[in-house]
Design a protein around this ligand. Structure first.
Ligand code: NAD
Ligand code: TYD
Length: 343
């Protein structure tokens, strides 16, 4: 099978490509990514070596295309060559969506629509749309099922919810074979150090302050990225067309302050490095999604406990200092690393 992966130079996309090419020796992947600040070809060095330009021409199974999902010409030329699409490409950081929402609406909504239109034109066999638990909005206690209303709070979440609704409309109107997934917070190798866990790991490793928003009481349910990749794989192959699947562990839920102290402890750093800073505006208190549909229908179960996932992640950031130092030292938005909402 030939698959177009969008946003494959980002965190989850690059983990997914490597997972997929290793698991399915008969498959070919084209990775379309415009290499925004979040796209990083260093994430794909091994993939290029094993399956891309490092492989013998007749054994090559991976191609990278530097292009934008909003570019109809590029999108059509690629979609016409593949059987399925796995759509990760997005602006993904809530804090950036608060300071600059425009790009989020453009990429996340119009980019998705450009892909859907091409998928319709070329009669794609499967379109897996990667979405987030954030579209449901915050929930104090309990869990949202897939039929809950969407009440997003940040511009990021609103743009993802809009994209979800467009995807749904292409199923209802044109019978495009779509499936939507809504996953909780991922963590693991290759996550950009603007996000909570890698920001805290790398700041603590450097002996720098780690900025905790508000009182640190907000809660997240974390999933190790490889567990998410396995769920996406299963849903792509066996999920029902037109359906939404939540992906979550539920057992890995923890408050941000607990997560911060745990990271400090694992890195042998004093908790005094954790600094309370001004809260994120509209900060969602808690996300909770019920993944029993995925578990009961498709038999998925997560494999990594929070502890195992964190140990693997910390080990990876320790062994790949060059990878994250290059990003931290080169990124013009360095204020994001020192606490966007500093008092
Ligand atoms: P990321 O920011 O690490 O990667 C996004 C990738 O998309 C980057 O490589 C970037 O260059 C590319 N991209 C952005 N705009 C583009 C455009 N216009 N055209 C082509 N490529 C473009 O994001 P991630 O954390 O890997 O998330 C991937 C997807 O999963 C997103 O859709 C996100 O909403 C969703 N998601 C993420 C999480 C999480 O915890 N990271 C949780 C649930 C859902
Ligand atoms: P983040 O990784 O940005 O994911 P999301 O907001 O999409 O869940 O943040 C995870 C949690 O960590 C969230 O409650 C905000 C909090 N946070 C901090 O306290 N400090 C930080 O510097 C960042 C980036 C996040």
């Amino acid at each position: 099978m030939k698959i177009l992966v969008t946003g494959g130079a980002g965190f989850i996309g690059s983990n997914f490509i490597s997972y997929w090419l290793n698991k399915y020796p008969g498959d070919v992947i084209i990775n379309l990514d415009s290499l925004t600040y979040a796209g990083n070809l260093d994430n794909l060095t091994e993939v290029e070596k094993n399956y891309g330009d490092g492989a013998l021409p007749e054994q090559r199974r991976y191609w990278f295309v530097n292009g934008d999902i909003r570019n109809t010409l590029i999108v059509e030329s690629l979609i016409s060559k593949v059987d399925g699409v796995v759509h990760f490409a997005a602006e993904s950081h809530v804090d950036r969506s608060i300071t600059n929402p425009q790009e989020f609406l453009s990429t996340n909504i119009l980019g998705t629509q450009t892909l859907l239109e091409a998928a319709r034109k070329f009669k794609i066999k499967k379109f897996l749309h990667i979405s987030t638990d954030e579209v449901y909005g915050s929930i104090e206690t309990g869990y949202y099922s897939e039929t809950a209303p969407l009440t997003p709070a940040s511009p990021y979440a609103a743009s993802k919810a809009s994209a979800d609704l467009l995807v749904r409309s292409y199923y209802e109107t044109y019978k495009l074979p779509v499936i939507i997934t809504r996953t909780t917070n991922n963590f693991g190798p290759y996550q950009h150090p603007e996000k909570f866990i890698p920001l805290f790991i790398t700041n603590l490793m450097e002996g720098k302050k780690a900025p905790l928003y508000g009182y640190g009481l907000n809660r997240r349910d974390w999933i190790y990225v490889l567990d998410n990749c396995e769920a996406l794989d299963l849903i792509f192959h066996e999920g029902r067309i037109g359906e939404v699947y939540n992906i979550s562990t539920s057992s890995n839920e923890i408050s941000n302050i607990e997560m911060s102290s745990r990271l400090a402890r694992l890195l042998n750093q004093p908790p005094s490095l954790i600094e309370f800073v001004t809260d994120r505006p509209g900060h969602d208190f808690r996300y909770g999604v019920d993944s029993s549909k995925l578990r009961n229908e498709l038999g998925w179960n997560h494999k990594y406990s929070l502890k195992e996932g964190l140990l693997k992640t910390i080990e990876w950031y320790k062994n790949n200092e060059l990878w994250w130092r290059k990003i931290k030292e080169g990124d013009i938005y360095s204020s994001y690393y020192s606490g966007q909402y500093k008092k």
